[in-house]
Write a protein that binds this ligand. Sequence first.
Ligand code: UD2
Ligand code: MN
Length: 585
Amino acid sequence: FRRLTFPVKVGISCLIVVFFITWHNINIRDNRLQQHIPATGLVRPPVVLLPDPHCLPGIYSKEELKPHLQRPLQDPRAPGANGKPFVSHRMTLKEREEILNGFVKNQFNQFASDRISLHRDLGKDTRHPDCLEQKFWRCPGLPTTSVIIVFHNEAWSTLLRTVYSVLHTAPAALLTEILLVDDASTDDHLKARLDKYVRQLSIVRVLRQRKRRGLITARLLGAQAAQGKVLTFLDSHCECFPGWLEPLLARLVEQPTAVVSPQIATIGLKDLKFNKPVPKRKLYQGIFKWQLKFGWESIPEEKKKLRKNETYPIRSPTFAGGLFSVFKSYFEHIGTYDDQMELWGGENLEMSFRVWQCGGQVEIIPCSVVGHIYRKSSPHTFPNGRFVITRNLVRLAEVWMDEYKRVFYRLNKRAAFIFKEKLFGNVSARHNLRERLQCRNFSWYLNNIYPEIYMPDLQPVMHGQLENTGWMCCMKQKGESVQQLKCSYEGAAQYFEYTSQHEVRLSPGIELCLHATLGRVWVSFELCRLKGNGKTAAPEQVWIFTQTNQLKNLLTGNCLTVSEGNVTLTACKESPLFSQSWVFI
Ligand code: UD2
Ligand code: MN
């Protein structure tokens, strides 16, 4: 080395230093990746994250993650300060009228919202200690994001509070812009003032969808215009809890094929109280019911065990759909949204099934907390409402659910009609997408991603109303008990399926089975004991349909009988079978 000339020595030394820095960075990344749950399923990452050669090793400092806008000082006694509920004083008649109008317009208390600061603080960071200790590495670094908020006639105060809460919490270095996409609001105030108002906020822009087409196409408009690497969608009545953005972006860096949602905290629709995270709360995953309704369910024990600490993601079968982050390039790769879906509804399940079936993952990141005002019903007008929403659901069932779509059609007469009459539009582009991405089938999704699901019979042996041929009356579920009544169709309470496992199930969305108890004459409805694929039913819920049309219970050996106006369980008679003879009609 001594014999080399000075410039060569400097060159070699530089090379060694560069080598060590690169090695160090790769090591950090590898260690972090190893800590995480391995991804199951097909992973074809379309996003290649090239490590930034200029990034410094180590973790981001507080200064580097400084929010875009500093929150003005708060008066802790101000209405709703620190996320506290709005307390109303004695109201004048006029104020009462204002409250009522606010509810009619928004289905939440606009009166309260209008009196709470647009900049309100949410107080102390109450997340789990693991979240507070989480570090974010400079290499390969967190990506930038565009925040996209679609709205239709949103109240000024909730919309602007959503915008400010992003500006007050998202690190300036990571926040490219906020795009407000107006889905053809008719509210004059919004139309006249919003553009001008947000101009002072420099990184906020308003885009407009001329005709009301709904949140799905509005989000697509925003996604197309977005300049950030990551798209972050929010509803127009949200508030972000401190530190919400970094955990979402950090997870995307680790797993670029993930679609990540924050933990959604509720903001009270009457008093706008922000329900802060509590460290020891129950964890939930997003699920779906066979009527294609979204829901929450506490996560199964085995899944809990896979998470070593609170910073780990929760792999979720579905997501609520309003609040999430995804790489823009992955969003495009995986087929954005079905742009033929209209207005509202269904796009969240469509995206959940698609992402899982086509090799990605849907996750909830508990360290990221965003509040949302959940309301009981929608304040928006829906021209041809129910039809449009059901049509969206039929589109997703047709594309992603294979033979399982029939379960949905059995439960939803309108959907069955839309399917039969082919009123759901053309889905060939979506079928092509499924083909192109070589996505897995729905049965794989159920078995691997949501094995806890209540599994209905794909083709029940018999279904319909259960009629006692002797008394010409039909069985009906009433709460936990069983009634009999004339055979006039009364919807779900009178629709039964006789499964291949010999259960008499109420419509599969309700998950109740006809149940016998030893020593009791009364039959009841209880949760079906059979869950998951390939398991057998419990004898108290097994009913053998005999050749003489009796329904004989396996546990008690007794038969379903109509006696004195009730449905009971009595000893099986050989003949006559008058009160023990049943048929599905
Ligand atoms: C839930 C989701 C929402 C979406 C929807 C099903 C959460 C928190 N929210 O909505 O993101 O997945 O279920 O489609 O997960 N909007 C329009 N045009 C319309 C109707 C609504 O722009 O025609 C906007 C609306 O202003 C709001 C967003 O879309 O910002 C969601 O609508 P919502 O808040 O009325 O319904 P929500 O929260 O039940
Ligand atoms: Mn909402």
